[in-house]
Write a protein that binds this ligand. Structure first.
Ligand SMILES: Nc1nc2c(c(=O)[nH]1)N[C@H]1C(S)=C(S)[C@@H](COP(=O)(O)O)O[C@H]1N2
Ligand SMILES: [Mo]
Length: 510
């Protein structure tokens, strides 16, 4: 008797475990089913959940995430969204599995659960393929678990070994779908992903000579310092609000000029790329980065000046301000004057603009913080009164000119015992005239070597400095002098709300 009640307890526990496994296995394989067909794209069932979370989070949470968690915050959001998605998709199958012993009803239930999840996924993603993936992904383990139940001899209803096999079957089928789905996504077998943005810029051979030569120039002018990017970044940072970036097709792309203008018009990708293009070195820096952070980079961009299009629009609004909008729902507002000096880029380092940097077209606004350099640009809306942009609604002031900074990314010990330090300096369109180094914490300053200027009004420079270290540990400080002669201020402040400032300092041991 005693033994019986003990085994009954174990049995009850097992059943509860089965419910949990059913819930998790069917839900996660639903997510993987979507992944198999949509890949890591906005059509992936998790993307809209992650975007919803990111956009609806209170601004203090967002700010905390950016300042304290950094990039990990976005990963955390994604992870939470995967769990939420799996939870959502696990509900219907779990109900179905617990429903009945009648086979016909069970089969109808599996179809029903698949259908319900299809609808959920379709409501979220608006994408047929991805939703089919979800339906199949959840239906398969649901079927496997239920079918294992059919083997049961019913002498002991839903016997212990059956429950155990159901647990194993559920887990295995989910793992199988996970692996298969991952592989399919990899192959892009059903890929909705458009690869159109791969490859070099089209155009006549002479047009492509210019980027190649300019890149060579940048290469020649770059200092080679271990730990410091050359003048054209090898790895250009990425910051955006998306879990999975949008992938608009260039053929369907249009840039709309709307709002307070006489007659709205739009230009398409062909028109933009057939206008007389230019190649510009432009440096970007994110307002939310740490003082000595890595979210500042430089590239050679190909595109067209905005000024002509602004003239064509003839803005008549009262605020002299404009809103840029993008495919991902991002929007930023800033003065028309800044837009006038701007650039619409469709190429980067001699290649088509990569998806993560805003394919097919992004804005580049000289000297301003990264956030107004709107990627996946769709709308230029001239306004009648000022309204806040995406980040300003969350408390940031990141639409203005960048702060001056000299970064210290390398402290290298040379063979002869001396120390080499170096980094980049950037001051937007004010330009960099000097970088000064102190090896006694700011007491005495010496001039660093600067890389030769690259053509362009909004480009960083590299600096380097070599010295014989004192016997004791010492504090190195760096500061830049901008093109107006203004020295980078000493007082430090964090990135929030208007970008980091102060001198970069670092203690160096002999
Ligand atoms: N559409 C869109 N554009 C965007 C963003 C975004 O989230 N969505 N992020 C902005 C921010 S905060 C920065 S710092 C720059 C970064 O550009 P990058 O990712 O090409 O380095 O893009 C800006 N443009
Ligand atoms: Mo940014």
């Amino acid at each position: 008797m005693k033994l019986d009640s003990a085994s009954a307890a174990v049995d009850g526990l097992r059943r509860r475990l089965r419910t949990v496994v059913v819930f998790l296995a069917t839900g996660t394989s639903g997510v993987f089913g979507s992944y198999a067909l949509a890949g890591y794209s906005p059509e992936f069932v998790v993307s809209p959940i992650a975007n919803f979370l990111a956009k609806s989070m209170p601004s203090w949470v967002v700010t905390f995430g950016i300042l304290v968690l950094g990039d990990f915050g976005q990963h955390l959001n994604l992870l939470a969204s995967v769990w939420l998605g799996a939870g959502l998709l696990g509900l219907a199958p779990t109900v179905v599995i617990r429903m009945t012993e009648n086979r016909r009803i069970q089969l109808a239930g599996i179809a029903g659960a698949g259908g319900a999840n299809f609808l959920i996924a379709y409501a979220l993603t608006n994408a047929f393929g991805s939703s089919i993936g979800v339906a199949v992904g959840t239906a398969v383990p649901t079927f496997v678990i239920i079918a294992i139940g059919w083997d049961d001899d019913h002498s002991f209803p839903n016997g212990t070994s059956t429950v155990r096999r159901q647990i194993v079957g559920g887990v295995l089928s989910a793992v199988g779908i996970g692996i298969g789905g991952g592989a399919l996504a990899r192959l892009g077998a059903f890929g909705t992903a458009k690869r159109a943005n791969r490859g070099s810029l089209s155009g006549s051979p002479t047009e492509n000579v210019a980027p190649a030569e300019l890149l060579k120039l940048a290469d020649n002018r770059s200092f080679e310092i271990g730990g410091v990017e050359p003048l054209v970044s090898r790895e250009f940072y990425e910051v955006d609000i998306n879990a999975a970036n949008p992938e608009p097709s260039a053929e369907d792309w249009n840039l709309e000029f709307t709002g307070a203008i006489d007659s709205p018009f739009s230009v398409d990708y062909r028109e933009i790329t057939e206008m007389e293009s230019e190649h510009r070195f432009v440096t970007l820096r994110c307002v939310g980065e740490k003082l000595n952070g890595r979210k500042m980079d430089n590239a050679l961009w190909t595109g067209v000046p905005v000024a002509g299009l602004v003239d064509r629009a003839q803005p008549i609004g009262n605020c002299e301000c404009v809103m840029l909008r993008a495919v991902d729902g991002y929007f930023e507002e800033f003065p028309i004057e800044a837009l006038r000096s701007g650039f619409l880029a469709f190429g980067m380092n001699g290649q088509k603009l990569p998806r993560r940097h805003g394919y097919p077209v992004r804005a580049l606004i000289p000297g301003h913080w990264g956030e107004v350099n709107v990627k996946w640009l769709t709308d230029i809306e001239f306004l009648d009164r000022e309204v806040k942009g995406y980040w300003e609604k969350r408390g940031w002031h990141g639409t203005g000119p960048v702060n001056t900074v000299a970064k210290l990314h390398a402290v290298n010990r040379l063979d002869d015992g001396r120390i080499q330090i170096g980094g980049h300096a950037y001051a937007g369109i004010r330009g960099i005239d000097d970088v000064e180094v102190s090896i006694n914490g700011g007491g005495r300053w010496q001039r660093a070597d600067l890389s030769e200027r690259l053509p362009g009004a909004d480009v960083w420079r590299q600096w380097k400095f070599e010295y014989t270290p004192p016997e004791t540990s010492h504090e190195v400080a760096v500061r830049a002098v901008d093109g107006t002669g203004t020295v980078q201020p000493k007082d430090t402040s964090g990135p929030f709300p208007s970008g980091p400032s102060g001198w970069v300092r670092r203690t160096v041991r002999p």
